[in-house]
Ligand binder design. Structure first.
Ligand code: SAH
Ligand code: DHB
Ligand code: MG
Length: 227
């Protein structure tokens, strides 16, 4: 892609000029690299947006589906006061372990609980036990069940809940209507769900940079949907 080099340089410029991150983010990133965790956390520009959004809505209860090494988690937890709580769902034990270390080193452990296991199982038991409602939800795990995650997240929402969803452009592959790829199909199912849901306000922003060509959805729940 012709613009790739420019995108990366621009991202680097933006990061340097405008993104302020706490010093623990750098050592957390290093720990993730040293432990061989895939480098698929959200771009810093998106992480900062989630952080600002959490502050803007004064989020006190947040849910993250797909924690990895805790970058998104820490962006949400650091936006909260000591009365805040982030619940993170992560299937891979090693990711959860590194994330817990990072979160502890950041001094955020009293505001974060990471639950290991399959996200769908965790979400179903959360709904069954009437957990929530959450003020902010970040969906960023496997793409196949995205629409199912979203529907269950509505059951864990209240009026005004903000739902962020990463990877909503997937290198542009989301327009491949005849795709047999389970990720593409999964993300497209979420678009179908967004199309037919009338209780939400939503947008998708395309993005480029070090994490390639992708994008994210920002959704606001219009009515109380807590089950
Ligand atoms: N939100 C993170 C990045 C998440 S990457 C950030 O921006 O910092 C996706 C994560 O989802 C990976 O850690 C992966 O192990 C996890 N994951 C994938 N499928 C899952 C599932 N079914 N249940 C729980 N976690 C899952
Ligand atoms: C990939 C990127 C992501 O942001 C994610 O959540 C999962 C996978 C990837 O590039 O493979
Ligand atoms: Mg992602």
């Amino acid at each position: 892609m012709k613009y790739e080099e420019t995108w990366n340089e621009v991202e680097e410029y933006i990061s340097r000029k405008v993104i302020r991150e706490p010093p623990y983010m750098e050592s957390a990133l290093k720990r993730s690299i040293n432990s061989g965790i895939p480098q698929i956390s959200v771009p810093v520009t998106e992480g900062k947006l989630i952080n600002i959004m959490a502050k803007a809505i004064n989020a006190k209860k947040a849910l993250e589906i797909g924690v990895l090494w805790g970058y998104g988690t820490m962006n949400i937890a650091s936006a909260m006061g000591n009365d805040g709580m982030v619940t993170g769902l992560e299937r891979v034990e090693k990711h959860a372990e590194i994330a817990r270390q990072n979160i502890k080193e950041a001094g955020l452990e009293s505001r974060v609980e990471i639950r290991t296991g399959d996200a769908m199982e965790s979400l179903i038991s959360m709904r069954d036990s009437r957990e929530g409602p959450f003020d902010l939800i970040f969906i960023d795990a496997d793409k196949g069940p995205y629409a199912d995650y979203f529907r269950i997240c509505l059951d864990l929402s209240h009026q005004g809940t903000i739902i962020f969803v990463d990877n909503m452009v997937w290198r542009g592959r989301i327009i491949e209507s005849d795709s047999t790829d389970e990720d593409v199909i999964g993300i497209r199912r979420l678009y179908d769900e967004l199309e037919k849901q009338d209780g939400i306000d939503a947008t998708v922003i395309q993005s480029v940079g070090s994490k390639g060509y992708d994008g994210f959805a920002v959704i606001r729940v219009l009515r109380d949907t807590h089950k």
